[in-house]
Design a protein around this ligand. Structure first.
Ligand code: ACO
Ligand code: KIV
Length: 529
């Protein structure tokens, strides 16, 4: 087929659906720090299947035995998505990809070859004619070995558009059903991407061909460029969970899908994705790669639905739509409570106190608000127990009543023991020892016994907060007591001591609050709370 620049016939672009091609397990996994073993890949593949991706690129079988085995396993187990394997335009790669896909319900070989002058000259040492011939020969070979063939013109956005159209037209005739124009180095702008896809659609007005976008994020434009391609007729988008991928990453699946959904009247295009599975899939990937999702990441970051600013909180309390364009439950996130912090105002403070059972009048609220703001000047995080302490007239950061008089911890191959002697401000001392599954468990149990305060540990984090001599470790704990969550935090040059002091800070807050409730008759509590 010769490029046809005469006009645009109706094509696949008129279909009101965008196919989601997920490449988390290939381009995503290819990035430093994101390698996954076969078992982890299968778990992610199953999660992607439940999410509803149309195509999942499971790997590059020629790259290694491990990659081959992972693609083969995924092809055998996943039935609802098309399984895709990457291959260079080389006989060995194509045959290996076909072999890995043998058990697939529906298999696709994804061939790629660079088309840009820079890549042709310096990387491949091939002329235009050689690139064209190699692409057609590879597609012809692959066509008989699997259900579908996709062809990617690597570095398409830096390729002469006419030559790109010529290659696409030729591989479409040879049997490639999907034509992918990647912005391999994340160089293009949205208007350039839109112009290129408009041009390609004019040149190849074949209704059976699907145009695809694959954008990298080197300039932070991957999602914008992908959406520009969709606006210009692309009906497959290649993307990854959390936007992982080569260098700065690929276009983030969750961002594209939610943009299409939230702005449905603008795009008029659906996907098959069950958006309520987005959070779970993102978390699974973060856990398996041990790469936490940044707090401010769109859609799946911890702050994506959090409001701390008083003016926003006031707006959200009146009508969520003032500052929220989607609901957390639409992406499978928990309905986040308003975050009380340095930038919060009285409306949010009153609402949170009410949820904790405290209903101060306006004058009491003003007093509490002043003390709350003073606390935020000293601390970056304020928890419910701090608000409860303020409402009871306590200083959330006050020391005691218990302090550590003696501490000993020992661990040996999976078992650990700890002994503590605690001193109470009323003069009592209490000494206890315990064994546990590790030093933290043993310490927690010894302190629980000595202080007679039952805790169930629900979270524990240790991080270095200074390096070199005098380096400190900070322990952060969350624990349940009496149906409530409590937070403890302490730093020391000795991480065992930091952990013990963090546990004790929880015990002390519980003790102080209990004492205040005993000492304050309900009528007095009601005056401030
Ligand atoms: C834009 C992308 O993301 S493309 C995918 C990139 N992903 C990866 O590279 C991850 C997996 N890769 C690998 O494990 C290895 O690179 C392998 C096993 C595939 C190849 O390893 P090697 O044979 O040692 O080659 P090496 O990687 O050093 O060089 C690449 C070779 O492929 C050739 N090549 C690159 N792209 C293509 C292509 N699309 N079609 C045909 N040949 C190609 C290069 O010209 C070079 O050939 P040469 O060895 O004859 O000089
Ligand atoms: C193989 C192709 C699609 C690719 O990953 C790229 O060009 O970035």
């Amino acid at each position: 087929m010769k490029p046809d620049t005469a006009g645009t016939k109706p094509t696949q672009a008129d279909e009101p659906r965008v196919r989601i091609f997920d490449t988390t397990l290939r381009d995503g996994e290819q990035a430093p720090g994101f390698a996954l073993d076969r078992k982890a890949k299968l778990r992610i593949a199953q999660s992607l299947e439940t999410l509803g991706v149309d195509v999942m690129e499971a790997g590059f079988p020629q790259a290694s035995e491990e990659d081959f085995a992972a693609v083969r396993e995924i092809a055998r187990q996943v039935r609802q998505s098309t399984i895709c394997a990457l291959a260079r335009c080389q006989r060995g790669d194509i045959e290996r990809a076909a072999q890995a896909l043998e058990g697939a319900q529906r298999g696709r070989i994804h061939l790629f070859l660079s088309t840009s002058p820079l890549h042709r000259e310096h990387k491949l040492n091939m002329s235009r004619a050689q690139v064209l011939d190699a692409a057609v020969a590879a597609v012809t070979r692959a066509r008989g070995l699997c259900d579908e063939v996709e062809f990617s013109a690597e570095d398409a956005l830096r390729t002469e558009p006419q030559f790109l159209a010529e290659v696409f037209a030729a591989v479409a005739v040879a049997g490639a059903g999907t034509l992918n124009a990647p912005d391999t180095v994340g160089y293009a702008t949205p208007s350039e991407v839109a112009s290129l896809f408009t041009y390609l659609r004019k040149c190849i007005p074949d209704e059976s061909v699907v145009f695809s976008a694959h954008c990298h994020d080197d300039l932070g434009l991957a999602v914008a460029n992908t959406l520009a391609a969709v606006g210009a007729g692309a009906r497959q988008v290649e993307c990854t969970i959390n936007g992982i991928g080569e260098r700065a990453g690929n276009a983030a699946l969750e961002e594209i899908v939610m943009a299409l959904r939230v702005r449905a009247p603008y795009f008029g295009l659906a996907t098959r994705i069950d958006t309520r599975r987005l959070h779970a899939t993102s978390r699974l990937l973060g856990e398996l790669t041990r790469q936490p999702v940044p707090r401010n990441k769109a859609i799946v970051g911890a702050n994506a639905f959090a409001h701390e600013s008083g003016i926003h909180q006031h707006g959200v309390l009146r009508h969520r739509g003032t500052y929220e364009i989607m609901r957390p439950q639409d992406v499978g996130a928990d309905d986040a409570p308003l975050v009380l912090g340095r930038h919060s105002g009285r409306h949010a403070l009153r609402q949170r106190l009410a949820a904790l059972g405290h209903t101060p009048d306006d004058a009491a609220l003003d007093g509490l608000f002043e003390r709350f703001k003073a606390l935020t000047a000293r601390r970056s995080e304020i928890h419910d127990e701090d608000l409860a302490a303020l409402a009871l007239g306590l200083d959330p950061d006050a020391p005691g009543p218990w302090s550590i008089a003696h501490l000993h911890s020992a661990s040996l191959l999976g078992s650990a023991s700890a002994s503590v002697r605690l001193k109470h401000e009323d003069g009592r001392t209490a000494a206890e020892a315990a064994i546990g599954e590790g030093p933290v468990d043993a310490l927690l149990r010894a302190i629980e016994r000595a202080s007679a305060c039952a805790l169930e540990l629900t979270g524990f984090q240790l991080r270095a907060i200074r390096s070199g001599s005098g380096a400190q470790g900070e322990a952060r704990l969350t624990a349940e007591h009496d149906g409530r969550t409590w937070h403890g935090r302490a730093a020391s040059t000795d991480i065992v001591e930091a952990t013990a002091r963090a546990v004790l800070s929880i015990v002390n807050r519980i003790a102080r609050e209990a004492e205040a409730r005993r000492a304050s008759p309900p009528a007095v509590q009601g005056a401030t709370a």
